[in-house]
Structure formats: structure tokens, C-alpha cells
Design a protein around this ligand. Structure first.
Ligand SMILES: Nc1ncnc2c1ncn2[C@@H]1O[C@H](COP(=O)(O)OP(=O)(O)OP(=O)(O)O)[C@@H](O)[C@H]1O
Length: 475
């Protein structure tokens, strides 16, 4: 038996009597009823509604602000605006209710409170819409969970391998910096693990459960950087971009925004960026609404940013904002004691052949690694080991197995490995070798500045970046 709603007597005149009758009817078909006073404090709640909400003592709810009992309630909005919300979905924990909320007014038209009616899925005609809503909600939750996983940081400080005094000290400084809120600037040659360190900083910070969002300045075409960072308001452009799109700042709200290759940030974006760092606010493209975000910045560069500032190619004020907490990752050749431990970890991660015990370096193999200058640092070391294991005949990697994939120039190159092994050189490999050589020469002439190197090569920054990624060894 459904309980009759005990509606406040409203028979002061005909109109209020009719309203009272309507409310009673609503109360009869609804599966829960609630009333609040003009301060949105609960004045009455029906027993079925208490059961739906899992409330044992209805009296204990009386007099409490409605949000204390139903956090997502919008009854306060109804008493504040005097306008009903005739059809709405209310989330309560895992449950979703269809609700209807109406204001209660006195003869003078003043709001005295509000009534809310709840319809659960036992009401047949609501079942299809609730089922559909619930299945969409499940899909949305799954998509959000996947997105959060993809955006989350993957590497903690324990994945940053190193036993050299420089790395031990770097990790201890990073641990302290992680707990602070200032921007971190990670500097070091390409492939030394700056991105890995950025992930680790995020995971060791109070923001660890928030998003980790990365943007590579060199990989995004200059014309798209602004929308990438600040997002696009609905209708900002015609055609494909008609829909709103959040920018990386918004996506990183409550977490960390990692800016890789910060030295490549175009001057036009630098000014806008500085404003966000100073004021914590920005406007999406095509919008004049200011958005506020709480984002921690971790930036990385393999260029000498101070020299860029002196040359006027990077704003000094932005540099000081970014380099509040500076970290420097030394090159691999300056810490040879890290090579055996990093190599061991990399080999552990490489899938083993069935029946194999696992990859390992012989003394002569290790000597070759120790003698190499590693211009591409740990990334190059990883590539060498991956290639060596791909071509190796047994699990022991000796000097010959390593040299074979290092090429005569001492750099990792699968094609030259094949050549050395007497295998025919495919045209694609030959082209790739020539491209890699041209890129290395351009990077050397440009002092590691990828924008300049791209100009020298006559390609865009993003094209150069794509090539570097494809070669796996940008040095
Ligand atoms: N200390 C380390 N321990 C384990 N792996 C490492 C270490 N340093 C770097 N690596 C690995 O080397 C590769 C390159 O690292 P990462 O991309 O972080 O370098 P980077 O300095 O950001 O390079 P770039 O400047 O080219 O973007 C990654 O596969 C990373 O996991």
C-alpha cells in the first residue's frame, strides 16, 4: 500500500484547494514525497522515500538542510527562484530517480517552501527512459575510467632507475619538490628520462589521484596550440569545430600539466600562457567566459632555456615562473655506474622467447655499453638493447651482439645492423638512414633547438617531431 502524501492543508480558497488536490494526486502516484521550508530545510519526508534513501529515522531528517540528506537535491533552487523543476533526474548513490519539484506559495504569492515527488522505475512508463539513462551512465562511467587511466601517470620514482650519487640526489630532491605546489622545470639532454621524472613527480604529489595531462610543444602545429591549451567554445568555428572541446588546462584541472619541449613554445602562446600561470584563469577560443583552473605545471626541455632567454627567444618572466623548482637530469655518459642497472631493468622488460631464462649481458657486452658516449641517453640504450635482443641468437648478449646493432658510427641503427650482418638493405631502410643522418646534422647545427632544426630541414616542427619519434633515437 502506497502511503498518502500528508500535504499541508491548502484549502484557504478554491485555488489553493485545487493545488492541494493536485499535490495529493502527485503524492499518490509518486514513490516518495518530501517538503522543505523556505530555507530548504526538510519539514516532512514520506516513509517510502525514507526507505528508498535508506533513512531509518525520518524524524532525524526533519529540520536538516535538504542537501545533508540528499546531496544532489535542487529543492533549494526551487525555493530560491520560486520556479518548479517539473522533470529531472536525481542521482542518489548508485540510484537514479525521476523527480518533480514545485514551489509552495502563500496567498500573497510568496514562496513558503517546496514539495518534491520521486518516481522510481516501478512506474512502467518511466522504465524505458530510466533504463536508457542507466545504460548510458554505465557507458559514460566506463569511458571516464578509461580516460582517467590513459591520462594517469604511469611511472613512479621507483621506475626511475639509477644508483649514481647524482641520480640518488636527484630523486631525493624530486621527492621533496613533488610535495610543493610551484612549477617544476626539468632540464637535461634528450632521452635522459625527463618525461619519466614528470610522471613520477605527479605520482609522488598530493595530486596523484588527479589527471596527468601531457602536451608536447614540438608535436602540435603552432596554429593548433592555442585551442589545444585553452579549448574551443561551442560555435567558435564553423564546420568541424562547431562543438565545444575542452583544452588541456581544463583537462588537467586538479592535477598536473606536463609541457614537454617547452623551449619550442611559440612566442604568441608564451604571453597567453604567462597569464594563466599568474592568474590561474583563461578563456576558451571563441568564448569570453573566464575559466579558473587549479593546475600544477611541470615543464621539460633539452635546450638551454637560459640561453634562449638571453637571446630573446623565450620570455624571461615566463622562464622564472616555470623554473621555480629546477631539476637537472645528467647525461648517461656522466654516470656510467647507472648503465648496468638500467640495462638490466630494460632487459627484464623485454619479452623472453619461450624456453629462454631471460636476456643478460656478458662482461664483454657490458664493456661495449660502458665505452659508448650515448648521445641519445637512456632512450638510445633501450633501442640498442631491444634491437640486440631482436637479432640475438641466444639470451647472452656479448660484445658482438651489441656492436652489430650499434653501427660503425656507434649509434643504434637497425638498418646498419642488417647491413653488417650481410643482409640486403631495403630501400625504405636506406631512406630512413639518410633521413636520420640529415636530422642529426640539422639538430647538431641548431644546438638541439628543434624549431631551428626543422627550419634548416625545410619541414614543420611537428613533421620533424614525428620523424624523431619514428626513429626512436632523436640524438
Ligand atoms: N633512469 C631511468 N630508468 C629507467 N628508464 C629510463 C630512465 N631514464 C629514461 N628511461 C627510459 O628512457 C626512455 C626515454 O625517457 P624519456 O622519454 O622520459 O626522456 P626525455 O628526457 O623526456 O626525452 P625527450 O627530451 O626526447 O623527450 C623512456 O623509455 C624511459 O622510460
Amino acid at each position: 500500500m502506497r502511503e498518502q502524501a500528508r500535504v499541508v492543508p491548502l484549502n484557504r480558497d478554491d485555488a489553493s484547494a485545487r493545488l492541494g488536490e493536485a499535490l495529493r494526486l502527485f503524492g499518490e502516484i509518486s514513490e516518495g514525497t518530501l517538503s522543505v521550508d523556505r530555507e530548504a530545510r526538510i519539514t516532512w519526508i514520506s516513509e517510502p522515500y525514507c526507505r528508498l534513501l535508506g533513512i531509518e529515522d525520518a524524524d532525524a531528517a526533519i529540520g536538516r538542510p535538504v542537501e545533508e540528506i540528499i546531496p544532489e537535491s535542487r529543492m533549494r533552487q526551487v525555493v530560491e527562484t520560486g520556479r518548479p523543476i517539473l522533470l529531472d533526474l536525481l542521482n542518489f548513490g548508485e540510484q537514479h530517480f525521476v523527480v518533480c519539484r514545485v514551489p509552495l506559495k502563500n496567498a500573497a504569492g510568496e514562496v513558503e517552501g517546496a514539495m518534491g515527488f520521486v518516481f522510481y522505475d516501478r512506474v512502467d512508463y518511466l522504465k524505458p527512459i530510466l533504463d536508457r539513462f542507466q545504460s548510458l551512465q554505465v557507458k559514460l562511467d566506463q569511458a571516464n575510467a578509461e580516460l582517467a587511466r590513459a591520462r594517469g601517470a604511469r611511472y613512479s620514482l621507483s621506475s626511475f632507475i639509477g644508483v649514481s650519487p647524482a641520480i640518488v640526489e636527484l630523486k631525493s630532491t624530486a621527492r621533496r619538490f613533488a610535495l610543493r605546489e610551484g612549477a617544476v622545470l626539468v632540464q637535461g639532454e634528450t632521452g635522459v628520462g625527463k618525461e619519466l621524472l614528470a610522471h613520477a613527480l605527479h605520482l609522488a604529489s598530493a595530486r596523484a589521484s588527479g589527471p596527468f595531462v601531457a602536451v608536447n610543444m614540438a608535436a602540435v602545429p603552432e596554429t593548433l596550440l592555442e585551442s589545444e591549451f585553452f579549448g574551443v567554445a561551442p560555435g567558435a568555428f564553423t564546420g568541424a569545430e562547431r562543438r565545444a572541446r575542452p583544452g588541456k588546462f581544463e583537462l588537467a584541472d586538479g592535477g598536473t600539466l606536463f609541457l614537454d619541449e617547452i623551449g619550442d613554445m611559440p612566442a604568441a602562446i608564451q604571453a597567453k600562457f604567462l597569464r594563466v600561470l599568474q592568474e590561474g584563469e583563461f578563456e576558451a577560443l571563441g568564448s569570453n567566459t573566464v575559466k579558473h583552473v587549479n593546475v600544477r605545471i611541470v615543464a621539460a626541455t633539452s635546450q638551454n632555456l637560459e640561453a634562449k632567454v638571453e637571446a630573446g627567444a623565450f620570455r624571461a618572466d615566463l622562464y622564472y615562473r616555470l623554473a621555480v623548482l629546477p631539476l637537472f637530469v645528467p647525461a648517461l655518459r656522466e654516470r656510467p655506474e647507472d648503465i648496468p642497472v638500467i640495462a638490466e631493468r630494460i632487459l627484464d622488460d623485454i619479452p623472453k622467447e619461450p624456453g629462454f631464462g631471460g636476456w643478460y649481458l656478458t662482461d664483454s657486452g657490458l664493456d661495449v655499453l660502458l665505452a659508448h658516449p650515448w648521445p641519445g641517453n637512456v632512450r638510445e640504450l633501450r633501442n640498442v638493447l631491444e634491437r640486440a635482443t631482436a637479432l640475438a641468437e641466444c639470451e647472452a648478449l656479448d660484445a658482438a651482439a651489441i656492436r652489430r646493432v650499434m653501427g660503425t658510427s656507434g649509434e643504434a641503427d637497425a638498418a646498419s645492423g642488417a647491413e653488417a650482418a650481410g643482409e640486403p638493405l631495403r630501400l625504405a631502410d636506406a631512406v630512413a638512414q639518410a633521413e636520420a643522418a640529415a636530422i642529426r646534422a640539422a639538430l647538431a647545427r641548431a644546438g638541439g633547438d628543434k624549431s631551428r632544426a626543422a627550419r634548416l630541414l625545410g619541414v614543420s616542427r611537428s613533421q620533424l617531431y614525428a620523424k624523431l619519434k619514428a626513429f626512436g633515437d632523436p640524438a
